[in-house]
Design a protein around this ligand. Structure first.
Ligand SMILES: [Zn+2]
Length: 246
C-alpha cells in the first residue's frame, strides 16, 4: 500500500494538452448530419469510400472525381477569381480573414506578409503550394456540418505558424468567420459574444450560420470548463494529495 509510484501518480497535475472535448460537452442542440453509408458518387456512381465526403447537403462525390473536377474547373476559377478585389481584414497582426478571391492574389498576400493559408471549405484551391503553407478543412456552409471538431486543430495550426495566417472560405462570412471567432475565443480568452463582436468590428460582413453559432457557444462552454479545471481543480488536486500516502 502507498508505494511511491502510486503517490507519484496521484500528484500528477491535470494536464489538458488535448482536452477531451467530447466528454465535456452538453447535449448538442443543433441538427446533426445523418450520414448514409450507401451513398454513391454523382459522377462515377461508385460507392463513396469516404462516407463523410460531400459537397453540399445532398450532393456527394468521391475523392477521385472531386479532385478531377477541381482540375477541370481550375482555369475558369482563375479567370473568375482574378476579377475579384483583394480584401483581407486584420483580426490580429498575424491573422487576416478574407474571401476566396484574395487567396489567388499572391502579390497582395505577400505584401501583407502572409506565410500560411487556412482554407475552410470545398472546391477551394491551394494556388501557390510553393509560396505558402496550407491547411484545408473540408466543410460545407451548412448548419448541420460539424465544425466543432476542427476548432482545436485549426487553433494549433495557427499557433504553430511562424509568420502570418490568411484564413478564408468562399466569402469570408460564415465558415472562415466561425473559425476566426473560435481562434479569438481561445487566444484572447473571450466568451462567444465578445469574440463575435471582436471579429465583427474588424470584418463587418461576418455572418456565421445558426448551426455554427451553436457550435461556437458549445466551444465557449468547453473552454470555460477547461479553464475552470485548470484554475480551480488543479490546485485543489495538489493540496488534497500533497504528501498523503493513503
Ligand atoms: Zn466518383
Amino acid at each position: 500500500m502507498g508505494t511511491s509510484s502510486s503517490k507519484k501518480l496521484r500528484k500528477t497535475p491535470l494536464k489538458l494538452i488535448h482536452p477531451p472535448l467530447r466528454i465535456l460537452t452538453v447535449e448538442r442542440t443543433y441538427p446533426k448530419k445523418k450520414i448514409n453509408l450507401n451513398n454513391k458518387c454523382i459522377r462515377c456512381n461508385k460507392l463513396i469510400e469516404e462516407p463523410k465526403f460531400q459537397i453540399t447537403r445532398n450532393v456527394r462525390i468521391c475523392r477521385k472525381c472531386y479532385n478531377k473536377k477541381m482540375e477541370e474547373q481550375k482555369k475558369y476559377m482563375i479567370v473568375y477569381l482574378s476579377n475579384l478585389k483583394f480584401e483581407a481584414d486584420e483580426i490580429f497582426d498575424n491573422l487576416y480573414l478574407g474571401n476566396e478571391g484574395s487567396s489567388f492574389l499572391k502579390n497582395d498576400l505577400k505584401k501583407l506578409g502572409i506565410t500560411n493559408i487556412i482554407i475552410i471549405g470545398y472546391y477551394l484551391y491551394k494556388f501557390y503550394p510553393n509560396d505558402f503553407d496550407y491547411k484545408i478543412i473540408e466543410v460545407d456552409d451548412d448548419e448541420s456540418e460539424d465544425i466543432l471538431q476542427y476548432f482545436i486543430p485549426v487553433i494549433i495550426y495557427f499557433l504553430n505558424s511562424k509568420g502570418k495566417c490568411f484564413i478564408h472560405c468562399q466569402a469570408g462570412m460564415s465558415r472562415s468567420a466561425s473559425f476566426t471567432i473560435a481562434i479569438v475565443m481561445f487566444i484572447k480568452k473571450l466568451n462567444f459574444q465578445n469574440a463575435y463582436d471582436y471579429v465583427l468590428k474588424r470584418r463587418k460582413i461576418i455572418c456565421p450560420n445558426f448551426g455554427f453559432i451553436e457550435q461556437l457557444k458549445e466551444f465557449d462552454e468547453m473552454l470555460y470548463l477547461i479553464n475552470y479545471n485548470i484554475k480551480f481543480l488543479q490546485p485543489m488536486h495538489n493540496i488534497l494529495f500533497e504528501g498523503d500516502d493513503f
